[in-house]
Design a protein around this ligand. Sequence first.
Ligand code: KG4
Ligand code: ZN
Length: 353
Amino acid sequence: MLVLGIETSCDETAAAVVSDAAPRIRSDLVLSQLAEHRPYGGVVPEIAARAHLDHLDGLIARAMDEAGIGFDALDAVAVTGGPGLIGGVIVGVMEAKAIALARGLTFVAVNHLEGHALSVRLEHEVAFPYLLLLVSGGHCQLLLVEGVGRYRRLGTTIDDAAGECFDKGAKLLGLGYPGGPAIAAAARAGDATRLALPRPMLGRKGCDFSFSGLKTALAQRVARHAGSDGALDPADVADLAASLQAAIADCLLDRTRNAIAACGGRVKTLVTAGGVASNEILRAGLADLARTSGLDFVAPRPALCTDNGAMIAWAGIERLKNGGSGDALDFAPRPRWPLDPDAPPAPGAGVKA
Ligand code: KG4
Ligand code: ZN
């Protein structure tokens, strides 16, 4: 089976060709729009949608070239159908529908979160069920992954996502966008204990997360340590970056520990996915936690943690191999699309799914 995967739900335009037979990844191209959004310190939805429109055709053509196939060799086109910035999602979905219609291919609208949730199985043999810490720019959830299309949400954020906390923290520290890699780089020269930040929810029952208090605490530290010109000493920036990274990781680990207990021996593997899952400190912490809990720890390589087309193609393959027949061409792009529709709404405001 050969599937073209398309991802346009945020600020990465991505296309990939993936097979169910080795080598699975035939091509995997990601075009970052960083330069276009950087002057604004974050993703501007309208700019993102227009950039996807400009670049998607050419990127798909290159992905097909690199895979060395024509469109008639494909079995299906899988595309992120949501959740995400709706303008970009519409661009990707319309492109995928057009290709599917023109070539008579199966069309699969993939939940972006399902793309992340199954991404680990693209390059690793991980059996269901597994416990998943899904941490990205818009989402922060603990899920019991029981099978393809079967997700039980154990916890979610009641305010910001972990990636959002990295991004907003980096902005406060003047480190630019995207915040995760910038914080991780600055933290290497820093001392995580000197200007310690709080760990919201630590030690509380349950598996929900909260990061807005951490962001406020960082803003207060920045205000306290900034000079009269508003600038921070580079050593303070490094220490605060290290402290923020450690605090976010500690919160994620604490909640994951509760989720492991809640699973009560039903899972053998702890998995992480999403952009924040590429963070080295978090990965090391999760590996330790899994070891002491008697679980295996498996994570996609960093390039498959951040948004990419290969995970969307792979989720399409998983769905088709699981008996799915694809989606109708009147599929409507979904700005919100929870993985577990039965989960109660999160108690906080501003929750994305
Ligand atoms: O999964 P993703 O690429 O896009 C979404 O679906 O949101 O995740 C992007 C998020 C951003 O918030 C970015 O700052 C964060 O992942 N991120 C990281 C790292 N690399 C990306 N956070 C911490 N450490 C990293 N190395
Ligand atoms: Zn993502």
